[in-house]
Design a protein around this ligand. Structure first.
Ligand code: ZN
Length: 139
């Protein structure tokens, strides 16, 4: 008997309404997640690329320039994660019309590494106004 990884266990216990969403909403949700993940992948490549460049510059005895690049790299990543990527996700939702029919706000809501926390996933509801996309059945 092998113990299950803790992260998978937590995700499994959480309610997941993704497969009960209307098919067009579900498909747009997948598209929004993929677009978000592509942006994150690109950010990771840029982060490590700049980090590697800074390391090489430090090795070439330009310590202060290397440290300046490292600090700029970290600030760039924080700004991108907190501002640029959420803004791009928001615009992408509007572009593919992945918006709530009730409040017209984008339905994609960044989940965390700790599991699906968007109310669209956990309750089948709009994260902004609570509009429900699923009809709860007792069956
Ligand atoms: Zn809404």
């Amino acid at each position: 008997m092998t113990p299950e990884p803790i992260a998978l266990y937590c995700v499994e216990r959480m309610n997941d309404f993704r497969e009960e969403l209307p098919s067009d909403i579900r498909e747009k949700q997948r598209m929004a997640v993929r677009a978000h993940n592509r942006r994150m992948d690109l950010l990771i490549v840029v982060f490590f690329g700049l980090g590697f460049a800074a390391q090489e510059i430090i090795r070439a005895c330009a310590l202060s320039l290397g440290i300046a690049i490292l600090i700029a790299d970290i600030l760039f990543v924080i700004y991108t994660m907190l501002v640029l990527i959420p803004r791009a996700d928001w615009k992408y939702c509007l572009k593919i019309e992945f918006v709530c029919p009730s409040c017209s706000k984008p339905l994609y809501y960044q989940s965390s590494a700790f599991g699906p926390k968007s109310s669209l996933i956990t309750r089948g509801a709009c994260p902004h106004c609570g509009y429900s996309f699923v009809t709860l059945s007792s069956a």
